[in-house]
Design a protein around this ligand. Sequence first.
Ligand SMILES: Nc1ncnc2c1ncn2[C@@H]1O[C@H](COP(=O)(O)OP(=O)(O)OP(=O)(O)O)[C@@H](O)[C@H]1O
Ligand SMILES: [Mg+2]
Length: 276
Amino acid sequence: MPLLALAGISKRFGAHQALNEVSLAVEPGEVVAIIGRSGSGKSTLLRVINGLEEPDSGTIEFDGRIQEPTPRQKRALRREIGIVFQSYNLFPHLSVERNITLGPTVAKGMTLPAARELAGRVLRMVDLEDKIAAYPQQLSGGQQQRVAIARALAMEPRLLLFDEITAALDPELIGEVVRVLDRLAQGGTTMVLVTHEMRFARRSADTIVFMHQGRVWEKGPPAKLFGAPRTPELGSFIEAILSVDPAANQRTGDRIVLPGEHLGRDGLVPGSRQDR
Ligand SMILES: Nc1ncnc2c1ncn2[C@@H]1O[C@H](COP(=O)(O)OP(=O)(O)OP(=O)(O)O)[C@@H](O)[C@H]1O
Ligand SMILES: [Mg+2]
């Protein structure tokens, strides 16, 4: 049984159809990477999944239960589905530890000692146990993003959503965040990620979803989608990625570079965001 099943989800903003009959199932332990052009509905889809946005039509089934848009069910759903954004949204006046223990103690009624023990555990998962007493502004962007991941993990969600969490990071900081994502993927965390990190998507995703004009345009295993796109839209999306900087692709081996993508030290392509 899938952990999450969307059926016929549509969402309109004024005259704009942001999501158009989206159906998608996510199995326990599955890693789904969502790719697509700007405005194709990727963020809206994630927001619908965890109840931040209400669909106009369609159903969301989580763990076999159809979700009703009542405040109570939404609260319950948000405890089970974590989301991490591009902007980490840490509380600047609270220590790393308190940023992490706040959710479990307030929303789940965990005792502070238990939550602190948990904070240590999730910080180890993102290699930041030594920063437990630090404040956000004392950390690099990559470290803050990893704290944000740890904070989401501390809620022990059954599904984790990530919306372009490396997009705002300096190139040399992307690698450390991607490593954490890799580790979570290998550890069996169920994840849906909107990502521009194509190498990560290829390596770690079980399924790639290509969104176009609010629809799931193509879906399948990475090798199949990247190797043999069925639609001209996906074909030209991939081509656009590859044509940004052909020299870059030679230098990065199988690395696919997206327009405006910054590459980390491992990739070493002088990227720019101007064409985003
Ligand atoms: N709250 C909103 N009000 C009005 N329009 C919105 C709202 N949220 C999204 N949209 C529109 O819906 C479409 C899909 O937006 P969405 O943010 O899901 O795209 P995206 O694929 O995440 O793009 P990007 O890659 O730029 O983040 C866009 O045309 C956007 O302008
Ligand atoms: Mg988006």
